[in-house]
Write a protein that binds this ligand. Structure first.
Ligand SMILES: CC(C)(COP(=O)(O)OP(=O)(O)OC[C@H]1O[C@@H](n2cnc3c(N)ncnc32)[C@H](O)[C@@H]1OP(=O)(O)O)[C@@H](O)C(=O)NCCC(=O)NCCS
Length: 376
C-alpha cells in the first residue's frame, strides 16, 4: 500500500536529485566541487578552471584550459540589440531585473537556437558565462551614465570584468579577490536558484529559460540578494560605536540579520572563511578597516545571542564595497559566477532527465457548490 505523502516545509532535507557536481556537509563545513575541496580551489584555481571542472567532471589539462579560455574570450561580446534593450529599460529597474531580462533576450540571438542537445547546451553555457559579466559591467556603466567599455580579448573573466566596470586595468589584489569570489560562488548543490534552474530544464525547456529561472530565484533577499542587504545594514549602522545597539534592536524586533544562518550549514560556511580574509586584506590596503571591524563585531554578537554562523553573503558585502563596487551589483556578480554551476546542473539534468513535479498537501475545501455570479 502506498504511504501517505509527508509535507516537508521548504523541502528541508528532501533528496530531490542525484548529482556528482557538488558535495556539501553542513555539519563539518565541507564543500567539494566534483570531489575537489573548495579551500584548494579558492587558493589555486582560476574561475575558468572551475567552470571547466563543473561542466566536464574533472580539472582541465593546460591545453583544455587554453581552449576554454579562448572560447570564452571569443564569446564575450553581446548582441547590439541586447545593448539597446538595456538602454531602453527604465532607469528605475534594478541590475538583477536588467540581468534577468537581458539573459532571457539573449536566447533569441543564440546561433544554437532551440537545440537542446548536450553539445549545444554546453555552447550556450559558455556563451552565458562569457556574456553575463559583459552585461553586468554594461549595466553598471549605464547606471553611471558612462560610456560602455567593450570586453577585451585578453585577461581572465575576473580581470576583464573589473576592466569593463571601471574602464582601467585592475590591480593584482582586486583581480585576485574577484577571481576567488567567482570560484567560491560557482556552485552550491541544490540551493534555491539551482533547483529552479533544474525544474525548468526538466520540462525540456532550454538553457536560457533555465538560467532565467535561476536568476529570478537568486535575486531574493533570502538567497543571493542577501549580500546587498548586508551592506545596506552596515551603512545604516554607519559606525562601529553603534553596532551593539543596532544589532540588539534587530534581535528585539525579532528580525533576521542578513548574511547569517543557512539551510544546510551548522558550522562555519567554508566560503565565508576566505571572504573574511579578503575583506580584511582589502581593508588594510585601503587603510580603512571600518567595514571589516564592524562585520567582525556583528559576527561575534550574532554568535553570542543566536548561535548563528555567517554565510557566504556576509563578508562578500564588505569585500566588494572596499573594492568600490556599487551595492546593487553584488547579486549580479554572484550570478556571473553561479552561471557555471547552474549550467552544469542543467547539463546533468538533461543527461538523465525526468520531469520534476512534486505534489501539494491540499488544505482547501472540497465540497463547494458553484453559484451563478448573480447570486454571489
Ligand atoms: C538562509 C535562511 C533563509 C535559511 O532559512 P531556513 O533554513 O528556512 O531557517 P529559518 O528561517 O526557519 O530559521 C531557523 C531559526 O533560526 C533563526 N534564524 C535563521 N536565520 C536567521 C538570521 N539571519 N537572523 C536571525 N535569526 C535567524 C530563525 O528566526 C529561526 O528561529 P526560530 O526557530 O526561533 O523561529 C535564513 O537563515 C535566513 O533568512 N538568513 C538571512 C538571509 C541570508 O543571509 N540568506 C543567504 C543564505 S546563503
Amino acid at each position: 500500500m502506498a504511504t501517505a505523502p509527508t509535507n516537508t516545509a521548504g523541502l528541508q532535507d528532501v533528496v530531490a536529485a542525484t548529482s556528482s557536481i557538488c558535495f556539501l556537509d553542513g555539519k563539518q563545513g565541507k564543500l567539494l566541487y566534483r570531489g575537489y575541496d573548495i579551500h584548494d580551489l579558492a587558493a589555486h584555481a582560476s574561475f575558468e578552471e572551475v567552470a571547466y571542472l563543473l561542466w566536464h567532471d574533472d580539472l582541465p589539462t593546460q591545453g583544455q584550459l587554453d581552449e576554454l579560455n579562448a572560447s570564452l574570450v571569443a564569446k564575450r561580446d553581446i548582441p547590439e540589440a541586447v545593448t539597446k534593450l538595456l538602454e531602453s529599460l527604465p532607469k528605475t529597474a534594478t541590475p538583477m531585473e536588467l540581468l534577468r531580462t537581458s539573459v532571457s533576450a539573449l536566447s533569441a540571438y543564440d546561433p544554437d537556437g532551440r537545440d537542446n542537445s548536450l553539445p549545444a547546451s554546453l555552447r550556450k553555457a559558455e556563451r552565458l558565462a562569457a556574456q553575463m559579466p559583459t552585461i553586468t559591467a554594461y549595466i553598471h556603466r549605464l547606471r553611471q551614465g558612462e560610456p560602455l567599455v567593450h570586453p577585451r580579448k585578453t585577461g581572465n573573466t575576473a580581470e576583464n570584468f573589473l576592466y569593463m566596470m571601471f574602464g582601467k586595468e585592475p590591480d593584482e589584489l582586486s583581480s585576485r579577490t574577484m577571481n576567488v569570489a567567482l570560484v567560491l560562488h560557482a556552485d552550491h548543490e541544490l540551493n534555491a536558484s539551482t533547483f529552479a534552474a533544474r525544474v525548468t530544464a526538466a520540462t525540456l525547456s532550454d538553457m536560457y529559460a533555465a538560467i532565467t529561472s535561476g536568476i529570478g530565484a537568486l535575486a531574493g533577499p533570502l538567497h543571493g540578494g542577501a549580500n546587498e542587504e548586508v551592506m545596506k545594514m552596515l551603512l545604516k549602522i554607519g559606525d562601529e560605536s553603534r553596532v551593539e545597539a543596532e544589532v540588539k534592536g534587530i534581535f528585539e524586533r525579532h528580525e533576521k540579520i542578513s548574511g547569517f544562518g543557512h539551510r544546510v550549514y551548522r558550522t562555519e560556511d567554508p566560503r565565508a572563511t576566505h571572504l573574511r580574509q579578503l575583506s580584511e586584506e582589502l581593508g588594510r590596503r585601503a587603510g580603512n578597516l571600518k567595514w571589516f571591524n564592524m562585520s567582525r563585531h556583528i559576527e561575534q554578537l550574532v554568535m553570542q545571542e543566536k548561535k548563528l554562523y555567517c554565510n557566504v553573503d556576509f563578508y562578500s558585502a564588505s569585500t566588494y564595497y572596499t573594492m568600490g563596487i556599487p551595492i546593487e551589483l553584488y547579486t549580479p556578480i554572484f550570478a556571473c559566477s553561479r552561471i557555471s554551476g547552474w549550467s552544469a546542473h542543467v547539463l546533468e539534468q538533461l543527461g538523465n532527465n525526468r520531469l520534476i513535479r512534486p505534489v501539494a498537501e491540499y488544505t482547501g475545501p472540497t465540497d463547494l457548490v458553484y453559484r451563478p455570479i448573480s447570486q454571489r
